[in-house]
Design a protein around this ligand. Structure first.
Ligand code: NOJ
Length: 550
């Protein structure tokens, strides 16, 4: 009963996945129509980013009604049908839950605005007579003044007021929301901003960080340290607990939620936890709290062997004492797509930048290798929609088409996250590439005609074909997914490990071909070459990975 310990989970960002009604915005019927694609891709579960009724001030992470589907996406009936259809295709469904904040259009916030300072309505949020020094994660102050002179807290956009998790109404409401969706058959929840629900009593000022200041625009991402040698890059290091983050009381919330979830068989939580310290991170994964959490240290890590090995070792070491299964994440709807990141001179993800050149061929080559690496590691793996097509970040969107509040709140200094949210190219030769019949809410680059799912399906050397084969091999091999791994001796710049007695994964991060260990190649991210002086034995080229049956 532990599918989530080793699942391959595909993240659907509903606005940009598939549009069935032709309004240019993806919808639930669109997702349903593409379930055969996802089944054939070989994933085990979907994580669907918020589908709730929302003004879309932050792409749906501003929820006005947690028990209703946004009309742009469909109806509650469509959601129920989608859950049933996914199950019929053998796919689990994880939905997003957004407990840190509501939309400013939520009836509770509207009631709070209409009520007086000190009222029970205001007590569900954080209203104060004077702001503290907290900053919004999207730029600008974290406080907005209302008509009667009080201020309310929003760690994200002004349209996302933070809930007060000391308040009994808030706690009861979310337990009821969890049950509402569990009763409709969802298999789990991805918890948004899971480490920030509890705030330190009295909301004291944040203390100045002792290290480089964290980037304001990406949740939890520390500032870049160019020139720091690889071995000393503290991939997990960053700011410690802060009054608006990683407070001990948050664990009480998850203990209560876990008791609720455990009443339903075979369900799981995955937390969005940007806590850099591995021990503090693992506290969220204690047996009576969350099942899994996203591994952002892996996502942020440079494409360098020692750095990656360090992150993998620290991940395993942090998860082992609490008995939790790790996750491996390369991209999501908040970060620069990794096919672009990996083509840059500095391959770490420290903050979003748009003026740093990237070599698309190199980026794609490394993304192919990274896919095999992430799918071979112990635990579950996350695939963000479009990863399987090797989509790059889109930087040249017209400013007028951008919707991410980060763009506005930083005055355009940060282009925001729209560039990784461009609607998927499914087929055809011109936009909207069969995303739907009515255009696409963000313009797709014309050159995506070579990246469509249909075109890649017909090409055995495509990224999509690589993902499909790798996911099938992963599912068929009981040594993959959850379970132990063992490092093999390997030259500098090479990662090699076994899963069980008969499976080896080798990743070549050097700039020259390396001889492969003995065994039968199952899949390789780039064509294998005969190794020089090896009597014809295969070699793994640079920036490539291979799985071997030994
Ligand atoms: C994290 C989500 O992934 C992101 O898209 C959102 O903007 C923030 N949380 C606020 O909800």
């Amino acid at each position: 009963m532990t599918w989530w310990r080793g699942a391959a989970v595909y993240q659907v960002y509903p606005r940009s996945f598939a549009d069935a009604d032709g309004d240019g915005v993806g919808d639930l019927a669109g997702i349903e129509s593409r379930l055969p694609y996802l089944r054939d891709l070989g994933v085990d579960a979907l994580w669907i980013s918020p589908w709730y009724d929302s003004p879309m001030a932050d792409g749906g992470y501003d929820v006005a009604d947690y028990r209703a589907i946004d009309p742009r996406f469909g109806t509650l009936w469509d959601a129920e049908r989608l859950i049933a259809a996914a199950h019929a295709h053998g796919l689990k469904v994880i939905i997003d839950i957004v407990p840190n904040h509501t939309s400013d259009r939520h009836p509770w916030f509207q009631a709070a605005l209409a009520a007086a300072p000190g009222s029970p309505e205001r007590a569900r949020y954080h209203f104060r007579d004077a702001p503290n020094n907290w900053r919004s994660r999207f730029g600008g102050p974290a406080w907005t003044r209302v008509d009667d002179g009080q201020y309310y807290l929003h760690l994200f956009d002004t349209a996302q007021p933070d809930l007060n998790w000391d308040n009994a109404d808030v706690r009861a409401e979310f337990v009821s929301i969890l049950r509402f969706w569990l009763d409709r058959g969802v298999d789990g929840f991805r918890i948004d901003v899971a480490d920030r629900l509890a705030k330190q009593a009295g909301l004291p000022d944040r203390v100045a960080p002792t290290r480089a200041a964290p980037d304001a625009s990406v949740p939890g991402v520390g500032a870049s340290k160019p020139g720091v040698p690889e071995a000393t890059v503290p991939t997990f290091a960053g700011e410690g607990p802060q009054p608006d983050k990683d407070q001990p009381e948050v664990h009480d919330v998850y203990r209560e939620w876990r008791r609720v979830l455990d009443e339903y068989p075979d369900r799981a939580f995955v937390g969005e936890i940007w806590v850099p310290d591995p021990e503090r991170f693992a506290m969220y994964l204690r047996p009576d709290e969350l099942h899994t959490a996203f591994n952002f240290a892996f996502l942020k890590c440079a494409w360098e062997a020692r750095a990656l090995r360090g992150v993998i070792d620290r991940t395993l070491a942090a998860h082992a004492p609490v008995g939790a299964a790790p996750t491996w994440v390369l991209s999501n709807h908040d970060v620069t797509r990794h096919a672009t990141r990996y083509g840059r001179a500095d391959t770490r993800f420290t903050k979003r930048v748009h003026d740093v050149p990237s070599d698309p061929e190199l980026g794609l080559r490394r993304a192919r290798a990274a896919a095999l690496l992430s799918m071979a590691l112990p635990g579950s793996v996350y695939i963000y929609q479009g990863d399987e097509l090797g989509l790059p970040e889109v930087f040249d969107l017209p400013d007028g088409s951008r919707e991410d509040p980060v763009f506005r709140r930083t005055g355009g200094a940060d282009l925001g996250r729209d560039g990784c949210r461009v609607p998927l190219p499914w087929g055809g030769d011109a936009p909207p590439f069969e995303f739907g019949d009515g255009g696409a809410w963000l313009p797709q680059p014309p050159e995506w005609r070579d990246r469509t799912a249909a075109r890649q399906l017909a090409d055995p050397a495509s990224m999509l074909s690589l993902y499909r084969l790798a996911l099938r091999l992963r599912r068929d091999d009981p040594a993959l997914g959850d379970g132990p791994m063992q490092w093999l001796d390997a030259p500098d710049g090479v990662l090699a490990f076994t899963r069980g007695p008969r499976f080896t994964c080798t990743v070549n991060l050097t700039d020259r071909p390396i001889p492969l260990p003995a065994g039968k190649p199952l899949i390789a991210s780039a064509p294998l070459e005969p190794a020089p002086d090896s009597g014809g034995a295969p070699a793994l080229p640079p920036d490539a990975a291979a799985w071997l049956r030994t």
